[in-house]
Unconditional design. Sequence first.
Lengths: 425, 252
Amino acid sequence: MIKYSVRMSERITEKLQILADAAKYDVSCSSSGSSRKNENKGLGDSKGMGICHAYTEDGRCVSLLKILLTNHCIYDCAYCVSRKSNDIKRAAFTVQEVVDLTINFYRRNYIEGLFLSSGIFTNADYTMERLVLIAKKLRTEHNFHGYIHLKAIPGASDEILNQAALYADRLSVNVEMPTEKSLQLLAPDKKREDMIKPMMYLKNAIIQNREKKKQFAKTPLFAPAGQSTQMVIGATPETDAEILLMANHFYKKMQLKRVYYSGYVPISSDNRLPAIGTPVPMVRENRLYQADWLLRFYGFSVQEIVTPAQPHLDMDIDPKLGWALRNLQLFPIDINKADLSVIMRVPGIGLQSARKIYASRKFNKLNWEHLKKLGIMFNRARYFITCDSPDFERKDFTALQIKHQILGTGQSKYKPNFSPQLQLF
Amino acid sequence: MQSMIHDGSFEGFLTTVFQVYDLGFKEVDICTAAKYQQNIFGGGYFVTSEPSKADRVWKGLQQKLSEAAMKQFYKTWLSEIDGIENIMLSYVRYVFSSTVSVEKDFSHPAVLVITDTAKKVHREKHRMEAFVRFQLTKDQLYFAIVEPDFNVLPIIQKHFKSRYADQRWMIYDGRRKYGIYYDLDKVAYIQVNFEEDVNSGKDISVQYGEGEILYQQLWKTYFGSINIAARKNMKLHIQHMPRRYWKFLTEK
């Protein structure tokens, strides 16, 4: 057991304050999707289901100890609090401090594991090596099987990325901005290709490892929870169509597990960016996540969600309802006959309800009463479906009428802090 | 209406189901001895738990239900909701009466209640896996107290056992007055006699081991530092972390 003096306690507390504060704009806190089991009576496991151990007052999940190793940075990216030119307190953890914090938080069931990122000091490889060292120490010296998410530093070499993937569950390279143009504007020191290259390397290495695993069960784990990325939205003038096309590209071509959208929180008076005090585009961020879910789980294509004529998502209705209203000719569908993939596309019916409907209708023709009990959002769905009740919506409402009726009955959870969409340039 | 009274154990309930079939009762009202109120119009039928009878009902259900549905059935039991036994009996009757699998017939009221109740219990299980906060004592025991809405200790022990394989720990249910204790080898159900200075396990600070206070403070520091004030959303915060759980959360 380590003895802590008061001075040491104060120092570590201050470091934690600074380096947690600096890490909080990275939105990912996922701890799911790994397959690491506890072995040899070690500490921890990360077998799939993520756990949120707490929630911040802004409602975000706290699953991992999310910190920077240091907020010293050689870069000067306009949107980042740790940028070189920003006059803030700087700090750096030692390797042992990060290890101790992780283990002790984990033993108390505060966290699922560690999410370690860092400002860039000296160069990419040098920084990345320190991150890998911590992960390695946790795995090999402490027999730790909890979740580890390491940030892959843009420009890091393949060898170091390979090391990182052997100890981490997930790796992520942040593309930071939805387009290369925005990146050039706000982070002139960074190059898009330095971000894409490690992503590409990891994608191929993960596929190779999976193939090998099929032949040899003992093949070591290699980033079992895959890779993810994040882009800041609302700091630059991209349309939702551009953002979603980019995200879709990452899902399809890079096989990313997640793309995170981080609504820009104004932290700088730099005139390239929205002024301090500009509201965080939370509604837009939420709509993007809804669209992201439609892409990944509901079988939608980007072109169905946003169009050249309408490159932005509706802020007042969700993208699924938006799609349905643009395609009223496809409705109503008969809930007792339609394919599962069609039921999933009905506004007000989620994946779970769709599956329940599909399973239950083998026993009984479903009517409104059944459907309400199964948990569908009746006030939305009723304009788009028929069932074994005679009183369905027979009237031919226009899209606009339906929209008004739905908005009239439902209260948007964002109404109180609805901010007009940010206009730039 | 025949009142059936059992001892409150799952085995007792399953024995009751056996008796209902054996004696051919049509309309019954099942409850525990603790909840039973003497009905002036008819005597209650007191059931004695019998492992062999309970086992037959359980095995019979296994023939008809998937493993997932069996788990749902058990989780529903752990809800301890008033009158849940009657719905469970109605579920059993529906299952046994049909030649095909009915566990996914959500248009049947009992199936839907079982599914929904099991989901609620599962959610509470998941919450406890999240909200347990261990405190390290002088004896190197990691101790946590909880007061879950449902009786979930039986279904969270596996999670904690596989996760904290190298530390002694105890999770105590302050409402139901029992705990689960892992001794580095196996998990056991235990009763605890607390000393007076720990307020029935609710405040064990006099027993804290080296570093405990520091790490609690560091955790609070961390929790404060990761908040983004510009995104404050208390409604969402409370929706995820209902106030009734705050009592035993280090960070609140």
